[in-house]
Write a protein that binds this ligand. Structure first.
Ligand SMILES: Cc1cc2nc3c(=O)[nH]c(=O)nc-3n(C[C@H](O)[C@H](O)[C@H](O)COP(=O)(O)OP(=O)(O)OC[C@H]3O[C@@H](n4cnc5c(N)ncnc54)[C@H](O)[C@@H]3O)c2cc1C
Length: 946
């Protein structure tokens, strides 16, 4: 198609010419032309700002546009506002609050037609280059613009010439941001596409945008090349590939004897700019300290396991204002929280535990069960059992595979796991009791980066002899054991068929719990004026901007919350224009609740409750998975068990004193010895084969049942099940954990246990295929949501847990544990080992393991996912999730360690918003190293190693 007056094909740009003008009194300047359409821009900043335009949390960005002749009028102001909108997403404005960044852009041609888009494109491009040329205005990307026109009857053409503009019947300018480095992306940020008739043809628009994107890439490539030209007074021309080569050659000629770039013009008048900028920096020093205006770069909903990681990490940058809103209290000083041996007592505090009630569970004798979740600063890490384990390499890889992502695989996640912990290796006495580790998977001190090492992890200093007997009972096949091997490290991803002593979230220096508060907040609390934490603050919803983004995304503007005892809501504003975000970290039940109250979820469900629907995202709250916990216990003749602490008051007091005085004794630790059973440890090969065949046959049936009419999620659950069955095929699945408790654990209350001593083995269903849901039932934020884990809805779950329970029951009688076995307590001799009787017993006794996941699943949208692999909620511009709800399918681990890792991942993903693009860094380097004496003390500090 060769319809153009200048004979260009429809998809070819005219030559690009870029000149760095070195204009006086400004910090950067550039001229940009496409053929005969040219513009000249200058940029200054950060400089002093007029009081009226000053903003406390970010720099003010101003664009002034000047026509070729005459004074700027309404049209120029409209143009300036359009250019500003296009450029805004590229600037990191919160680095320099209370200052001004100003662009003045001058048209160098006059277009007497309504189609001024080529001129707008050149003005945007000139402005981008001028900003880049300052080297002092941090840019997260570079905006490149291209004009597209449509000629009646002939179609779309790129970069219309002045003559062509008079004949167009539709056209517009498209701007794209190009970012390279940690936050690599190309996204459309602005357009002015319109047609003469007013008729909008969507497919035409999409075609135009695609054409523009390809052309913008060429513009970006030209800009990239031109950057090395900064510091010279020469112009840079891109005419053809041959011209590119000749430009490169030409550049060589400008190197001086040391091989450095040639010197640019030095203007004395730039001293004026220097003075004003120095003043602005002083102002920044004094005024940008604490956010008192309730405008935050990040508002984090829920100060728990995941939320505090993100808050702490983001606030490492003093220029980033972070707010945490936590519904619970700050309870680090409560003995039941910090004394490891008092774990159960902490869980019993109703004020610290959301204790969500489930709906009657059909497969659990229609019982209303309870799912625990921590309600305090630190979330569930305040009341959890402190066990720190990780799942298998194969399970994390399966999560990556379902997301077509290499960044969610064991190898890629390991650095984030390691970054979260400061690990104390076991001493000889701990090693003698079975504690061991693999330093290649552990964090600080083996990982030496200064940023690494947050949650303190170590081994207990008190061990019960019967725990080691349990380990031996699982190992010794000759005497009835399972043939397990000793685990090197329960965090090394290789745990199938292993038994070992778990590391704990424990501050071994004083043998106290190390929660998310201890790890991620306490060390910095007085050094981070930019981190604000409000406790007793229950978030009700997120509020959205009136306008969506160009690609139809909702933008979070502010968060509504209620302080305890107050009826009127309060608000925290999000600095959305500068990349600010809301991070949801209210847990697997709390997070979908806030989403739904904010109008994001299954639209028919929301309507039925009376919520104003903002975005139909049907999988919110679905795909709920949880581990099921069961207990088998025996009376024991072991002399010391945890039961003695409950039955003997003077012994208890003694032990408390011991802990207080020397941090030793029974209260100093919560030691756990854990065995991880594969299917082959529980069932015969034929039985497993049969189960898997049946499950494959019924894939659609169960996927459809669990997906609750949600077609995409049905595919997602089917994919999850397939993945789980594949792991079973390779004997890489871990369906059951066997976890030894040196004392009683189970449903029978203390008064009915007659002050006796017990051994308990907890059998936990670790890879359930059942999926349930949680949803709001009211618009009232104080009403707990419906919780339906749909326990035991899949036959594999029933068979595996029953088999695991049977093995646990047997282990209590296996040597050497049999030496302390007196008599089975639960389930008791009245319950035989038949499937029927065991299952009947478990249906009335099993409980939640409080490892709920999956309600904001990280999966592709086509599979019913809610967040992408950057943990961003689909359809929401600036909302991420940082808690256990994103884990798409159950993993065979206690979850805290994985959630810390998730928090670290969210931090990196969110931070990318604030990472400046490599091109800016390159430009800044060139400007700094050139002999051109540029104004201002530009120092841009960036720790790029993560
Ligand atoms: C009793 C118990 C024992 C456990 N034992 C272990 C263990 O030994 N080892 C292990 O690895 N894992 C264990 N877990 C699991 C693990 O601790 C959790 O899965 C994990 O900590 C969850 O992290 P999260 O960030 O998803 O949620 P949480 O840590 O629970 O954080 C959510 C936070 O959001 C707050 N919140 C909720 N709604 C709102 C709202 N509307 N507004 C403001 N704030 C809100 C909550 O109060 C809470 O602080 C246990 C869990 C429980 C409950």
């Amino acid at each position: 198609m060769n319809v153009r007056r200048d004979k260009r094909p429809h998809d070819v740009l005219r030559e690009i010419k870029i000149t760095y003008e070195g204009l006086a009194r400004v910090d950067g300047s550039a001229r940009f032309s496409h053929g005969d359409i040219a513009s000249l821009a200058s940029a200054s900043g950060p400089i002093e700002v007029r009081l009226a335009a000053e903003q406390a949390s970010q720099a003010t960005f101003e664009v002034i546009s000047r026509p070729l002749s005459n004074v700027p009028a309404t049209e120029a102001k409209t143009l300036a506002s359009a250019i500003r909108s296009a450029l805004l997403p590229s600037l990191v404005l919160n680095k320099h609050p209370r200052t001004l960044i100003q662009v003045v852009v001058q048209a160098l041609v006059s277009l007497r037609t309504q189609w001024k888009d080529p001129l707008v494109a050149s003005m945007i491009n000139a402005s981008s280059l001028a900003l880049l040329n300052t080297g002092s205005v941090p840019m997260r990307g570079v905006v490149c613009a291209v004009a597209i026109g449509r000629l009646p009857g002939t179609g779309l053409l790129i970069d219309p010439s002045v003559e062509e503009c008079t004949d167009l019947d539709a056209g517009g300018c498209f701007a794209f941001i190009f970012a390279e480095g940690v936050g690599t992306r190309v996204e459309s940020v602005w357009t002015s596409w319109r047609s003469k008739s007013g008729f909008f043809d969507e497919s035409n628009f999409v075609q135009a945008r695609t054409l523009a994107k390809d052309a913008a890439q060429i513009v970006y490539n030209a800009m990239k090349m031109s950057v090395s030209w900064m510091g010279t007074a020469e112009s840079f021309e891109l005419v053809s590939p041959a011209a590119i080569r000749s430009s490169t050659e030409k550049k060589e000629e400008h190197r001086d004897d040391d091989g450095r770039m040639g010197i640019c013009r030095i203007e004395l008048t730039q001293a004026v700019g220097m003075i004003s900028r120095a003043a602005a920096f002083l102002l920044v020093q004094f005024l940008s300290i604490r956010c008192v205006l309730c405008v935050y770069d990040y508002v984090i909903i829920g100060g728990g396991n995941g939320g505090l990681v993100v808050a702490s990490r983001l606030s490492e940058d003093p220029d980033v204002n972070v707010l945490v809103l936590e519904a619970g209290a700050e309870v680090e000083n409560l003995r039941e929280v910090y004394i490891p041996g008092m774990i159960g007592a902490g869980q019993a505090f109703t004020s610290l535990n959301w204790a969500y009630q489930t709906v009657p569970q059909d497969n659990m004798n229609r019982r209303n069960m309870v799912v625990f979740a921590g309600k305090a600063l630190g979330g569930s890490t305040i009341i959890n059992s402190m066990i720190m384990t990780r799942a298998t390499r194969a399970q994390y890889d399966a999560i990556g595979a379902i997301n077509n992502s290499t960044s969610w695989t064991w190898d890629e996640l390991l650095p984030s796991f390691k970054r979260s912990e400061v690990f104390t290796p076991p001493d000889p006495s701990q090693t003698a009791h079975g504690a061991s580790y693999d330093k290649s998977v552990r964090g600080s001190p083996f990982s030496t980066h200064p940023n690494h090492g947050q949650v303190k992890v170590g081994f207990p200093n008190f061990f019960f002899p019967q725990s080691e007997m349990f380990a031996k009972a699982l190992i010794d096949k000759d005497h009835g054991g399972l043939g397990f091997q000793r685990a090197l490290d329960l965090c090394d991803g290789d745990i199938r068929g292993r038994v070992g002593v778990s590391s704990d979230s424990l501050d071994v220096a004083n043998n106290a719990r190390c929660s998310a508060v201890c790890g991620y907040v306490t060390p910095f609390v007085n050094q981070r004026p930019n981190l604000q934490i409000i406790t007793h603050a229950m978030v009700s919803k997120i509020e959205w901007a009136n306008e969506m983004t160009m690609d139809g995304q909702l933008v979070a503007r502010r968060v509504e919350y209620y302080l305890d005892g107050e009826d009127a809501p309060r608000y925290a504003d999000v600095n959305a224009d500068s990349g600010g975000e809301v991070v949801l970290a209210a847990g697997t039940i709390g997070t979908p609740k806030v989403m739904e109250l904010s109008g994001v979820g299954n639209s028919s469900l929301l309507k039925s409750v009376g919520v104003d629907v903002k975005l139909d995202l049907p999988s919110v709250g679905e795909n709920f998975g949880d581990h099921i916990h069961t207990w088998t216990s025996a009376l024991t003749n072991a002399s010391i068990t945890k039961d003695v602490l409950r039955s003997n008051e003077s012994f208890r007091k003694e032990q408390v004193t011991l802990w207080e005085e020397s941090r030793t004794g029974l209260y100093s630790a919560a030691p756990r010895t854990i065995g991880l059973a594969a299917a082959s440890d529980l069932l015969s090969t034929d039985h497993i084969k049969q189960l898997l065949n049946d499950a494959r046959r019924d894939l659609d049936k169960y996927a459809s049942q669990f997906a609750n009419g949600n077609e995409a999620l049905q595919n997602g659950i089917k994919a999850q099940h397939q993945s789980a069955l594949d792991l079973y095929d390779q004997d890489e699945q871990i369906p059951v954990e066997l976890n030894f408790e040196p004392g009683y654990a189970g449903p029978t209350p203390l008064e009915q246990r007659g002050g006796k001593n017990f051994s308990t083995i907890n059998a936990i269903l670790y890879s359930p295929l059942s999926r349930g849901r949680t949803h709001i039932t009211s618009t009232n934020h104080s009403i707990p949501p419906l919780v339906d884990p749909a326990y035991w809805s899949h036959p594999i779950d029933v068979t595996m847990l029953t088999a695991g329970y049977r093995v646990a029951r047997k282990a209590l009688r296996t040597p050497p544990l049999d030496s302390i076995f007196v008599e089975e307590f639960e389930p008791g001799l009245s319950v035989s080992n038949s499937d029927e009787e065991l299952q009947s017993y478990l249906r009335h006794s099993a409980g939640s393991d409080s490892h709920e996941i999956g309600t904001m699943a990280m999966m592709p949208r086509s599979l019913g996912g809610v967040v992408d692999t950057q943990l961003k909620v689909y359809g929401l511009r600036n909302v991420r999730v940082a808690d256990a709800s994103i884990i798409p399918m159950p993993i065979s681990a206690h979850l805290a360690s994985t959630v810390y890792m998730i928090g670290e991942k969210v931090w990196i993903a969110a931070l990318k918003q604030f990472f400046v693009t490599d091109l800016f860094l390159q430009a800044a380097d060139i400007i700094k190293s050139s002999k051109h004496d540029r104004a201002g003390p530009f120092v841009y500090k960036l720790d790029r190693e993560l």
